[in-house]
Design a protein around this ligand. Structure first.
Ligand code: HEC
Ligand code: HEC
Length: 721
């Protein structure tokens, strides 16, 4: 609810703060928490008995009120539905035939797939409204059955309970509304830009709106919608919302979708309380006007934002402390806009460095001396790990929104260049490795790989440094292209473009570091590049929304070297053969699929000295799953996994306590996990002994705020994962 008032203050409050609130608001809106509690509560029985004393008229009245709150946006005031989108409940033959049970089922479990109502076919998605109590659902359905020429009848709460009880709650598919927040937490982050500078226009063909409403909507859109729908609304994780589409669908339809969300990943902004009814209405009208365009960010803006805090000649010639820098961890403190540098050997926090907002990744330079972090606000901070304590020596902003940074690793070019990829503007920037001075900016706007249509906003996703050539490998999301950017001569960059599939996201190297595997999560494929020969060698299909992070390399007892990814959309853990010489028949094919704890996984991890494969599932709607990890014995994969209650081990207070991202120490005998709670709640880092799978150490305290990604210097430099 907090965020509702927050929105009115939108222009006064930094983007960072805004999102952190909305993110936890979303993550806590677990749609099944309430019924779960109700079912096990003996008070429910008492309540049911009391309910019997309520008259039929009172029930109808209550049902009518609830209908107005929960159903009217789609099925409309008189139950007449909305042509082409939402079927009528008034005189519905579908309802008459199936009876109240059909309505109860639709409300509790949602409804999708083709159905015919009064001779008209619908094939849309009704989200589950399972957060409604049994007696409320009973009243709504009773009201519906007794209105608009429907056959009548009276529904008891026990009938609703029976329908609810029959449905075992398991994977994310059963949690339609919160699956929206799964995606939200992951890709729905705010675009760190304001509407102010955007070119705005209210055109006469869209519905009426005032300039002030338009400004509010622009702000809300950039904060809350652009992450999924794209700044220019051309679509990404979310569907395209261009005016040709939105005007046809109309205000009512748009309002309904924004209010209730959809099981396909659209968050329920209205019912979660994140947007008020008024804001939903403004957004629905806003979407029917041309999208305002945020400003470009060229060399001038970059140079203005660039600060060389400590020039190279003033930096130390040797490490100023005797800690093992190779075993340092850079830990993202997401919502506080900081990175903690933690000594992996002593587990001490060596320094907490102010960085850009919600640092997405940290990458050490090839020598391991410098750590580069990139915030979602496209700010890069460069930290000198030789200093005591390690601190920032340079900063720059490469755009308005970004996700990736990398440094040159090819022999002879160690620490020489840095590169960053931006979401907005869609471009990448090559910089001096020791100062972050911007050298070259290259736009990624262009044609898509499949339909060969122009895309104005192809965002730069993961970037890795080639070990085979002086090249950066740049993934361009919306066009589905992989760019091999050769930095031998920065003044005349040569770029090899490899067509892969949409939308390229992130990935990592195979164990030999010759092949780069990257997830194309809109086509549910993995694109595999031979970085030596500069060509695509495979594009195998995997299951829904692969999310490898960098993936994990292990030696499968049967299939030899494999690269492993988990998925956001389901519980599968997919193994791809990566040994074209030793196991040519299995190369670039899915050789094994394990079933993990559940969907909502972000990362898998192993280490060459370990026989364990670790799999997180922080975005799973089930707390038991999001707060623990699964670990497999690589030599006995068929035995299934062991579950370790990482969050419990941290002994924290209230909070979502999502367990995220396993990361090994340098020796490969410890694995570190973040226990990620809300900004005002206690979080921790839990260190587990990889060999015994027992708790080894917990790092917590006031400085550990919303830890997410952790990057061990040695393993990250060497691309060991
Ligand atoms: C976000 C929009 C939305 C909301 C809110 C919504 N529905 Fe639906 N409803 C749908 C859609 C879409 C379908 C058709 C699904 C399909 O095509 O398979 C549907 C189908 C139905 C059906 C079966 C078809 C028919 O017309 O008889 C019933 C009954 C129903 N809804 C009842 C309800 C009730 C009761 C509520 C409120 C508690 C509600 N719905 C809220 C979108 C919605
Ligand atoms: C976490 C990702 C995500 C975010 C954030 C998000 N959306 Fe969506 N949105 C989706 C997805 C996925 C769909 C497609 C849903 C479907 O196919 O049922 C969608 C669909 C829609 C639709 C329906 C489009 C159609 O053609 O049916 C509208 C309207 C919409 N979103 C508006 C918004 C607005 C406004 C915001 C910000 C307040 C927003 N979305 C934020 C993921 C997102």
């Amino acid at each position: 609810m907090k965020s509702r008032t927050m929105l009115f203050l939108i222009t006064l409050i930094p983007a960072a703060l805004m999102m952190s609130l909305s993110a936890c608001g979303q993550s806590e809106s677990g749609s099944d928490a309430a019924p779960e509690a109700a079912r096990s509560d003996p008070a429910v029985a008492v309540h049911a008995a009391e309910a019997a004393t309520v008259t039929f008229e009172e029930r109808l009245e209550n049902g009518q009120k609830l209908y107005a709150t929960h159903c009217v946006a789609c099925h409309q005031a008189e139950g007449q539905g909305l042509a082409g989108a939402f079927p009528p409940l008034a005189g519905s033959d579908y309802l008459a035939e199936g009876g109240a049970k059909v309505a109860i089922g639709a409300v509790i479990n949602g409804l999708s797939g083709p159905i015919t109502v009064n001779g008209v076919e619908y094939n849309a998605v009704m989200p589950a409204l399972s957060y409604l109590s049994d007696s409320d659902v009973a009243d709504i359905v009773t009201y519906v059955m007794n209105s608009w020429d429907n056959p009548g009848g009276e529904v008891a709460a026990a009938e609703v309970a029976a329908v609810r009880g029959g449905e075992a709650v398991s994977g994310p598919a059963d949690h339609p509304i919160s699956s929206g927040s799964t995606e939200l937490a992951y890709s729905g982050a705010p675009t760190a830009m304001t509407g102010e500078a955007a070119r705005k226009f209210i055109d006469s063909e869209g519905p009426n709106m005032t300039q002030q409403e338009f400004d509010v909507a622009t702000e809300v859109y950039f904060q809350r919608c652009a992450g999924c729908h794209g700044v220019l609304r051309k679509g990404a994780t979310g569907k395209p919302l261009t005016v040709d589409i939105t005007r046809e669908k109309g205000t009512d339809y748009l309002k309904a979708l924004i209010t209730y969300g959809s099981p396909a990943g659209m968050p329920n902004w209205g019912t979660s309380g994140d947007l008020t009814e008024e804001q939903v209405d403004i957004m629905a009208r806003f979407l029917q006007h041309e999208p305002p365009e945020p400003p470009e960010w060229g060399m001038q803006e970059m140079r203005d934002s660039w600060a060389l805090l400590v020039p190279p000649e003033e930096r130390p010639d040797a490490p100023q402390h005797d800690r093992d820098i190779e075993n340092f961890f850079a830990v993202t403190l997401r919502d506080s806009g900081e990175v903690a540098i933690i000594d992996g050997t002593t587990k001490e926090i060596v320094n907490v460095v102010k960085t850009g907002y919600a640092v997405h990744i940290s990458r050490p330079s090839a020598s391991g001396r410098y750590m580069y972090t990139i915030g979602r606000d496209a700010k890069i901070d460069m930290i000198d790990l030789w200093m005591d304590p390690p601190d920032r020596v340079a900063e720059i902003k490469v755009g308005l929104e970004a996700r990736s940074v990398e440094t040159s690793k090819y022999h002879g070019y160690e620490d020489k260049y840095a590169i960053a990829g931006a979401y907005w503007p869609p471009q990448y920037t090559v910089m001096e490795g020791d100062t972050l001075e911007p050298l070259k900016i290259v736009s990624t706007r262009g044609m898509t790989v499949d339909t060969q249509e122009y895309h104005p906003e192809p965002r730069v996703a993961a970037i890795v440094a080639s070990h085979e050539h002086p090249e950066f490998i740049v993934n361009v999301k919306e066009t589905g292209k992989i760019l091999l950017v050769n930095y031998e001569n920065v003044d005349s960059l040569s770029v090899t473009t490899i067509g892969a599939a949409r939308f390229l996201h992130d990935g990592g190297w195979d164990a030999s570091k010759r092949y780069f595997l990257t997830a194309a999560n809109n086509s549910d494929r993995i694109a595999i590049i031979d970085s030596r020969e500069r060509k695509l060698v495979g594009l195998p299909e995997v299951t829904k929304i692969p999310h490898p992070g960098r993936g994990a390399n292990i030696t499968d007892p049967e299939f030899g070297p494999v690269w492993v990814t988990s998925a956001l959309g389901n519980a599968n853990i997919t193994f791809l053969g990566t040994d074209p010489e030793g196991h040519p028949d299995q190369a670039w094919k899915v050789v094994r699929t394990l079933e993990g704890q559940g969907g909502g996984s972000l990362f898998v991890k192993s280490h060459p000295t370990s026989t364990n494969l670790w799999v997180d599932s922080p975005l799973n709607p089930d707390e038991g799953i999001s707060q623990s990890v699964a670990v497999y014995d690589i030599n006995n994969l068929d035995a299934g996994f062991e579950v370790l209650p990482i969050a419990e081990w941290a002994e924290l207070g209230e909070g979502p306590k999502r367990v995220v991202q396993p990361e090994f120490n340098k020796a490969g005998d410890e694995v570190w996990f973040s226990v990620w709670s809300g900004q005002d709640q206690e979080s921790a880092i839990v260190v587990v002994d990889d060999r015994t799978r027992k708790l080894k150490h917990v790092i917590k305290g006031p400085e550990v705020i919303t830890p997410t990604g952790k990057f061990n210097v040695y393993n990250t430099v060497k691309d060991i994962y």
